[in-house]
Unconditional design. Structure first.
Length: 239
């Protein structure tokens, strides 16, 4: 058996015995190399194997961590981020990264049923569970339809984790309830920005969800494109 396989098997055993706990950080490459009497390349091959098995995850600039149990994310027409996390005994939070108002590109305008070039507010948001990033979202709102949207986002501090309720925020726009109308899901590798914000390895997949949310009268409220870290969620489709 190859040396890297022995290292991998030892770490798997320590994960199974609870010596290395879910969410816990593994010792660094140098420490592991010293422990097993090998070079760092051999350690990295063992860790890469464990990552391929879904047992550990690499966070850029932070190290390698034991994978926590995936969040069971129920995906229904009116099942949202906060409730999913609370059902999984996780603390939900959101972080506003940026907001910008600009003319709607044609593809987004079609989704929102507005003219291309009409002003939209795009909010980039990071969703977190117990402080761990789960998804990166870009939400697009039609400004002329909801003139209060800029003020609603302006009151939220940029860059700080907050208990932001999307339902309450949309309620400020005069919308009592909303639901998903359409959803498109695809799996791909993350781009550099997603890997940085989600603190995930470039070779780990993300699930990209494109969702149109509408009011009870079928009026488009916002169109969102959200990327979920593939190793941290599992989707349950409700019918």
């Amino acid at each position: 058996m190859a040396i890297w396989q022995n290292i991998s098997d030892t770490l798997v055993e320590e994960i199974e015995k609870g010596i290395l706990t879910p969410g816990g950080r593994l010792p660094g490459d140098v420490e592991l190399a010293t422990r097993f009497g090998v070079n760092r390349h051999t350690v990295r091959r063992a860790l890469s194997h464990l990552q391929g098995q879904g047992l550990v995850r690499s966070e850029r600039g932070r190290g390698t961590f034991v994978v926590e149990d995936a969040i069971a994310y129920r995906f229904g027409s009116q099942t949202y981020f906060e409730q999913n996390l609370l059902d999984n005994m996780r603390v939900p939070s959101r972080r506003i990264l940026s907001t910008i108002i600009y003319g709607a590109p044609t593809a987004i305008a079609l989704q929102l049923q507005i003219k291309a070039g009409s002003p939209i507010l795009t909010a980039a948001m990071l969703g977190e569970a117990d402080g761990i990033p789960v998804h990166l979202a870009r939400l697009h709102f039609p400004v002329e339809r909801f003139p209060k949207v800029e003020a609603a986002f302006a009151r939220i501090p940029v860059g700080q984790s907050s208990q932001i309720s999307l339902s309450e925020l949309i309620g400020e726009l005069g919308v009592k309830s909303f639901r998903r109308k359409t959803a498109r899901i695809k799996c791909r590798l993350p781009d550099a920005e997603e890997a940085r914000y989600l603190k995930m390895a470039a070779q780990d997949p993300v699930f990209q969800l494109e969702i149109l949310n509408i009011s009870d009268s079928d009026m488009p409220i916002f169109y969102g494109v959200t990327s979920y870290c593939g190793s941290r969620v599992e989707f349950i489709l409700d019918y």
